[in-house]
Design a protein around this ligand. Structure first.
Ligand code: FES
Length: 137
């Protein structure tokens, strides 16, 4: 027994909708902006504060953090985990961090998105300079 063309069309449409739904689920976990794993749960010693240039930033990839120093002695720290799908930023140039996975760019002095697909800012992490060392978390 053969199926009517209309039924085949409906089934094919359902299969495509299912595939599209899967693709969206795999590609858009935008909720990760509130991801608790993006920020350290204990203080992290990042070493010498002098390694972060004034007007620039430094990426601490192993610690999944990025620290900027917009003005002398003023440090800002953010999770380096992209809020799009969770890749770790690989590049920081001046005050912009770039995600290697889909090209999102973030302002590492505010955490704000400069270029998508990410739409949520990087979570801020407390940081302080103590005896010349940066402590985050
Ligand atoms: Fe997609 Fe970063 S994970 S842009």
């Amino acid at each position: 027994m053969s199926q009517s063309p209309a039924r085949r069309t409906v089934l094919r449409g359902a299969a495509l909708a299912g595939a599209a739904g899967f693709g969206l689920a795999a590609c858009s976990p935008e909720g990760s902006g509130n991801d608790a794993s993006a920020v350290p749960t204990a203080p992290v010693d990042l070493g010498a504060a002098a390694e972060v240039p004034v007007g620039g930033a430094k990426l601490y990839r192993e610690d999944r953090l990025v620290v900027s120093q917009p003005a002398k002695g003023e440090f800002k720290c953010f999770s380096a985990k992209c809020t799009h799908s969770g890749c770790i930023l690989t590049e920081v140039e001046r005050q912009q961090g770039t995600c290697p996975c889909h090209g999102s760019r973030f302002d590492v002095t505010t955490g704000e998105v400069i270029q998508g697909p990410a739409s949520k800012p990087l979570p801020e992490v407390p940081v302080k300079a103590k005896a010349g060392k940066l402590i985050a978390g």
